[in-house]
Ligand binder design. Structure first.
Ligand SMILES: [Zn+2]
Ligand SMILES: [Zn+2]
Length: 289
Protein backbone atom coordinates (compact mmCIF):
# COMPACT_ATOMS: atom_id res chain seq x y z
CA UNK A 1 0.00 0.00 0.00
CA UNK A 2 1.45 3.36 -0.99
CA UNK A 3 1.00 6.66 0.70
CA UNK A 4 -2.54 7.95 0.50
CA UNK A 5 -2.61 10.56 -2.24
CA UNK A 6 -3.62 14.04 -1.13
CA UNK A 7 -7.26 14.68 -1.81
CA UNK A 8 -7.77 16.41 -5.13
CA UNK A 9 -9.75 19.57 -4.59
CA UNK A 10 -13.09 19.12 -6.31
CA UNK A 11 -13.44 21.26 -9.44
CA UNK A 12 -15.73 24.22 -8.80
CA UNK A 13 -19.30 23.47 -9.87
CA UNK A 14 -20.58 25.06 -13.06
CA UNK A 15 -23.23 27.61 -12.15
CA UNK A 16 -24.60 30.90 -13.43
CA UNK A 17 -26.25 33.49 -11.18
CA UNK A 18 -27.28 35.57 -14.17
CA UNK A 19 -28.20 34.25 -17.57
CA UNK A 20 -30.79 32.65 -19.78
CA UNK A 21 -31.82 35.64 -21.84
CA UNK A 22 -33.43 34.15 -24.95
CA UNK A 23 -34.54 35.41 -28.34
CA UNK A 24 -37.99 34.10 -27.47
CA UNK A 25 -38.45 36.76 -24.77
CA UNK A 26 -35.83 39.43 -25.59
CA UNK A 27 -35.15 40.95 -29.01
CA UNK A 28 -31.40 41.43 -28.46
CA UNK A 29 -30.90 37.76 -27.49
CA UNK A 30 -31.07 34.54 -29.54
CA UNK A 31 -32.65 31.06 -29.44
CA UNK A 32 -35.64 29.61 -27.64
CA UNK A 33 -35.60 29.52 -23.84
CA UNK A 34 -35.94 25.73 -23.80
CA UNK A 35 -32.82 25.39 -25.95
CA UNK A 36 -30.81 27.74 -23.74
CA UNK A 37 -31.82 25.74 -20.63
CA UNK A 38 -31.03 22.46 -22.40
CA UNK A 39 -27.56 23.84 -23.20
CA UNK A 40 -26.94 24.40 -19.45
CA UNK A 41 -27.95 20.83 -18.67
CA UNK A 42 -25.89 19.38 -21.51
CA UNK A 43 -22.79 21.34 -20.47
CA UNK A 44 -23.02 19.93 -16.95
CA UNK A 45 -24.23 22.96 -14.99
CA UNK A 46 -25.42 22.28 -11.43
CA UNK A 47 -27.77 25.25 -11.41
CA UNK A 48 -28.66 28.38 -13.30
CA UNK A 49 -30.65 31.51 -12.50
CA UNK A 50 -32.73 32.46 -15.54
CA UNK A 51 -33.08 36.22 -15.32
CA UNK A 52 -34.79 37.85 -18.31
CA UNK A 53 -34.81 41.66 -18.47
CA UNK A 54 -37.84 43.32 -16.90
CA UNK A 55 -40.01 45.04 -19.52
CA UNK A 56 -39.98 48.77 -20.18
CA UNK A 57 -42.50 50.39 -17.83
CA UNK A 58 -43.45 53.16 -20.22
CA UNK A 59 -43.49 53.40 -24.00
CA UNK A 60 -40.76 56.06 -24.18
CA UNK A 61 -38.33 53.55 -22.66
CA UNK A 62 -39.02 50.64 -25.04
CA UNK A 63 -35.59 49.74 -26.49
CA UNK A 64 -35.06 50.26 -30.22
CA UNK A 65 -34.82 46.51 -30.95
CA UNK A 66 -38.15 45.85 -29.19
CA UNK A 67 -39.81 48.73 -31.02
CA UNK A 68 -38.46 47.31 -34.28
CA UNK A 69 -40.05 43.98 -33.33
CA UNK A 70 -43.37 45.83 -33.00
CA UNK A 71 -43.60 45.85 -29.19
CA UNK A 72 -44.76 48.64 -26.92
CA UNK A 73 -44.60 48.63 -23.11
CA UNK A 74 -47.87 46.72 -22.79
CA UNK A 75 -46.80 44.03 -25.28
CA UNK A 76 -43.46 43.71 -23.46
CA UNK A 77 -45.32 43.20 -20.17
CA UNK A 78 -47.48 40.53 -21.77
CA UNK A 79 -44.40 38.74 -23.14
CA UNK A 80 -42.76 38.97 -19.70
CA UNK A 81 -45.70 37.13 -18.11
CA UNK A 82 -45.40 34.42 -20.77
CA UNK A 83 -41.66 34.23 -20.03
CA UNK A 84 -42.33 33.53 -16.38
CA UNK A 85 -44.91 30.85 -17.11
CA UNK A 86 -42.61 29.14 -19.64
CA UNK A 87 -39.59 29.31 -17.32
CA UNK A 88 -41.60 27.67 -14.51
CA UNK A 89 -42.60 24.83 -16.86
CA UNK A 90 -38.99 24.30 -17.86
CA UNK A 91 -37.86 24.42 -14.21
CA UNK A 92 -40.07 21.40 -13.56
CA UNK A 93 -39.22 19.64 -16.82
CA UNK A 94 -35.45 19.77 -16.09
CA UNK A 95 -35.63 19.31 -12.30
CA UNK A 96 -33.90 15.92 -12.29
CA UNK A 97 -30.84 17.24 -14.15
CA UNK A 98 -30.54 20.95 -13.50
CA UNK A 99 -31.73 23.29 -10.79
CA UNK A 100 -33.37 26.31 -12.39
CA UNK A 101 -34.05 29.52 -10.48
CA UNK A 102 -36.63 31.67 -12.21
CA UNK A 103 -36.04 35.38 -11.83
CA UNK A 104 -35.57 38.62 -13.66
CA UNK A 105 -33.06 41.40 -14.15
CA UNK A 106 -34.12 44.82 -12.92
CA UNK A 107 -33.38 48.35 -13.98
CA UNK A 108 -32.82 51.24 -11.57
CA UNK A 109 -34.01 54.42 -13.30
CA UNK A 110 -36.77 56.66 -12.02
CA UNK A 111 -39.91 54.52 -12.10
CA UNK A 112 -38.04 51.26 -12.54
CA UNK A 113 -37.88 50.39 -8.87
CA UNK A 114 -41.65 50.72 -8.41
CA UNK A 115 -42.16 48.58 -11.51
CA UNK A 116 -39.69 45.95 -10.27
CA UNK A 117 -41.49 45.81 -6.92
CA UNK A 118 -44.85 45.35 -8.68
CA UNK A 119 -43.42 42.48 -10.78
CA UNK A 120 -41.99 40.87 -7.68
CA UNK A 121 -45.39 40.97 -5.98
CA UNK A 122 -47.14 39.57 -9.05
CA UNK A 123 -44.68 36.90 -10.21
CA UNK A 124 -42.88 35.84 -7.00
CA UNK A 125 -39.46 35.32 -8.63
CA UNK A 126 -36.89 33.04 -6.98
CA UNK A 127 -34.36 35.83 -7.33
CA UNK A 128 -33.88 39.30 -8.76
CA UNK A 129 -30.65 40.46 -10.38
CA UNK A 130 -30.31 44.14 -9.51
CA UNK A 131 -28.71 45.95 -12.44
CA UNK A 132 -28.20 49.47 -13.76
CA UNK A 133 -28.13 49.82 -17.56
CA UNK A 134 -28.98 53.50 -17.93
CA UNK A 135 -28.39 56.77 -16.15
CA UNK A 136 -30.88 59.62 -16.59
CA UNK A 137 -32.80 57.19 -18.85
CA UNK A 138 -29.86 56.99 -21.30
CA UNK A 139 -28.35 53.50 -21.87
CA UNK A 140 -24.66 53.36 -20.93
CA UNK A 141 -23.81 49.97 -22.49
CA UNK A 142 -25.35 50.10 -25.97
CA UNK A 143 -23.20 52.36 -28.18
CA UNK A 144 -20.41 54.93 -27.89
CA UNK A 145 -22.81 57.63 -29.14
CA UNK A 146 -25.35 56.93 -26.38
CA UNK A 147 -22.59 56.63 -23.79
CA UNK A 148 -21.30 60.04 -24.86
CA UNK A 149 -24.79 61.45 -24.52
CA UNK A 150 -25.00 60.05 -20.98
CA UNK A 151 -21.62 61.62 -20.14
CA UNK A 152 -22.76 65.02 -21.39
CA UNK A 153 -26.10 64.74 -19.60
CA UNK A 154 -24.35 63.84 -16.32
CA UNK A 155 -21.82 66.67 -16.67
CA UNK A 156 -18.68 64.64 -17.31
CA UNK A 157 -17.24 61.16 -16.83
CA UNK A 158 -16.65 61.45 -13.09
CA UNK A 159 -20.20 62.71 -12.59
CA UNK A 160 -21.58 59.85 -14.68
CA UNK A 161 -19.75 57.23 -12.60
CA UNK A 162 -21.00 58.89 -9.40
CA UNK A 163 -24.58 59.01 -10.70
CA UNK A 164 -24.36 55.35 -11.79
CA UNK A 165 -23.20 54.16 -8.38
CA UNK A 166 -25.76 56.38 -6.60
CA UNK A 167 -28.54 54.80 -8.68
CA UNK A 168 -27.16 51.39 -7.86
CA UNK A 169 -27.18 52.23 -4.16
CA UNK A 170 -30.79 53.37 -4.30
CA UNK A 171 -31.68 50.14 -6.11
CA UNK A 172 -29.85 48.02 -3.51
CA UNK A 173 -31.61 49.70 -0.59
CA UNK A 174 -35.02 49.51 -2.16
CA UNK A 175 -35.06 46.13 -3.96
CA UNK A 176 -32.54 44.21 -1.82
CA UNK A 177 -31.79 41.97 -4.85
CA UNK A 178 -30.40 38.47 -4.21
CA UNK A 179 -27.83 39.07 -6.97
CA UNK A 180 -26.11 42.29 -8.05
CA UNK A 181 -25.58 42.31 -11.82
CA UNK A 182 -22.36 43.45 -13.57
CA UNK A 183 -21.44 45.83 -10.73
CA UNK A 184 -19.30 48.29 -12.74
CA UNK A 185 -20.99 48.09 -16.16
CA UNK A 186 -20.58 51.88 -16.44
CA UNK A 187 -16.94 51.27 -17.39
CA UNK A 188 -17.75 49.27 -20.57
CA UNK A 189 -17.34 52.09 -23.10
CA UNK A 190 -14.72 54.12 -21.19
CA UNK A 191 -11.17 53.16 -22.18
CA UNK A 192 -9.81 55.12 -19.20
CA UNK A 193 -11.99 53.30 -16.70
CA UNK A 194 -9.14 52.17 -14.44
CA UNK A 195 -8.37 55.81 -13.61
CA UNK A 196 -12.05 56.59 -13.17
CA UNK A 197 -12.64 53.70 -10.76
CA UNK A 198 -9.73 54.99 -8.66
CA UNK A 199 -11.08 58.55 -8.29
CA UNK A 200 -11.79 59.22 -4.59
CA UNK A 201 -15.43 60.25 -5.28
CA UNK A 202 -16.04 57.05 -7.27
CA UNK A 203 -14.08 54.78 -4.96
CA UNK A 204 -16.06 56.04 -1.96
CA UNK A 205 -19.31 55.10 -3.68
CA UNK A 206 -17.99 51.69 -4.70
CA UNK A 207 -17.00 50.95 -1.12
CA UNK A 208 -20.36 52.17 0.21
CA UNK A 209 -22.21 49.92 -2.25
CA UNK A 210 -20.03 46.90 -1.45
CA UNK A 211 -20.63 47.45 2.28
CA UNK A 212 -24.36 47.43 1.55
CA UNK A 213 -24.07 44.25 -0.55
CA UNK A 214 -22.08 42.58 2.24
CA UNK A 215 -24.67 43.51 4.87
CA UNK A 216 -27.54 42.29 2.69
CA UNK A 217 -25.70 39.00 1.99
CA UNK A 218 -26.41 39.52 -1.71
CA UNK A 219 -24.29 37.70 -4.31
CA UNK A 220 -22.06 39.66 -6.65
CA UNK A 221 -22.50 38.48 -10.25
CA UNK A 222 -18.97 37.97 -11.60
CA UNK A 223 -20.12 38.72 -15.10
CA UNK A 224 -18.14 36.77 -17.69
CA UNK A 225 -19.85 38.42 -20.65
CA UNK A 226 -17.35 41.25 -20.19
CA UNK A 227 -14.71 39.09 -21.92
CA UNK A 228 -16.91 38.58 -25.00
CA UNK A 229 -17.36 42.36 -25.10
CA UNK A 230 -13.60 42.79 -25.41
CA UNK A 231 -12.82 43.59 -21.76
CA UNK A 232 -9.71 42.10 -20.13
CA UNK A 233 -11.50 41.54 -16.80
CA UNK A 234 -15.03 40.64 -15.76
CA UNK A 235 -17.57 43.01 -14.23
CA UNK A 236 -16.65 43.88 -11.56
CA UNK A 237 -13.01 44.55 -12.38
CA UNK A 238 -10.21 43.01 -10.37
CA UNK A 239 -9.68 46.17 -8.29
CA UNK A 240 -13.35 46.11 -7.22
CA UNK A 241 -13.28 42.36 -6.56
CA UNK A 242 -10.34 42.90 -4.21
CA UNK A 243 -12.41 45.47 -2.26
CA UNK A 244 -15.32 43.00 -2.22
CA UNK A 245 -13.11 40.20 -0.95
CA UNK A 246 -11.91 42.06 2.16
CA UNK A 247 -15.56 42.79 3.00
CA UNK A 248 -16.58 39.14 2.79
CA UNK A 249 -18.90 39.80 -0.16
CA UNK A 250 -20.14 36.57 -1.69
CA UNK A 251 -19.55 36.02 -5.40
CA UNK A 252 -20.64 33.58 -8.07
CA UNK A 253 -20.05 33.42 -11.82
CA UNK A 254 -22.69 34.72 -14.21
CA UNK A 255 -22.32 34.07 -17.93
CA UNK A 256 -25.14 36.54 -18.73
CA UNK A 257 -26.02 34.25 -21.64
CA UNK A 258 -28.06 35.74 -24.47
CA UNK A 259 -28.25 32.48 -26.45
CA UNK A 260 -27.03 28.87 -26.42
CA UNK A 261 -23.51 29.79 -27.60
CA UNK A 262 -22.94 31.98 -24.55
CA UNK A 263 -23.63 29.23 -22.01
CA UNK A 264 -20.48 28.79 -19.90
CA UNK A 265 -18.39 31.07 -22.13
CA UNK A 266 -15.07 32.20 -20.59
CA UNK A 267 -15.86 30.26 -17.44
CA UNK A 268 -12.31 29.01 -16.71
CA UNK A 269 -10.88 32.49 -17.15
CA UNK A 270 -13.28 34.01 -14.64
CA UNK A 271 -12.81 31.24 -12.08
CA UNK A 272 -9.04 31.55 -12.29
CA UNK A 273 -9.25 35.23 -11.35
CA UNK A 274 -11.59 34.53 -8.43
CA UNK A 275 -9.34 31.76 -7.12
CA UNK A 276 -6.27 34.05 -7.41
CA UNK A 277 -8.06 36.69 -5.36
CA UNK A 278 -8.80 34.08 -2.69
CA UNK A 279 -12.57 33.75 -3.11
CA UNK A 280 -14.13 30.42 -2.13
CA UNK A 281 -15.29 28.50 -5.19
CA UNK A 282 -18.15 26.78 -3.38
CA UNK A 283 -20.70 29.10 -4.93
CA UNK A 284 -23.58 30.47 -2.85
CA UNK A 285 -27.07 29.74 -4.12
CA UNK A 286 -29.37 32.73 -4.80
CA UNK A 287 -31.62 33.45 -1.84
CA UNK A 288 -29.42 31.58 0.66
CA UNK A 289 -27.72 33.13 3.70
ZN1 LIG B 1 -29.65 41.74 -22.44
ZN1 LIG C 1 -27.59 43.35 -17.68
Amino acid sequence: MGMPSPAEPAAPALVSVHGGHSGEFCSHARDRLEDVIAAYAQRGFAWVAITEHMPAWRDALVPAEERAAGLDAEAMAERFRRYFARARELEVAWSDRLRVFVGFESEADAGALEAAEAWTRELRPDCVVGSVHSVHDIPIDVSPALFERAVVRAGGLEALYCAYFDLQYEMLERLRPAVVGHFDLVRLLDSGHRDRLALPSVRRRIERNLDCIASQRAILDVNLRAFAKGQSEPFPSRSVLALAHVRGVRVAPGDDSHGMDDVGRDYARGIRMLAELGFPTRWPVPGSD
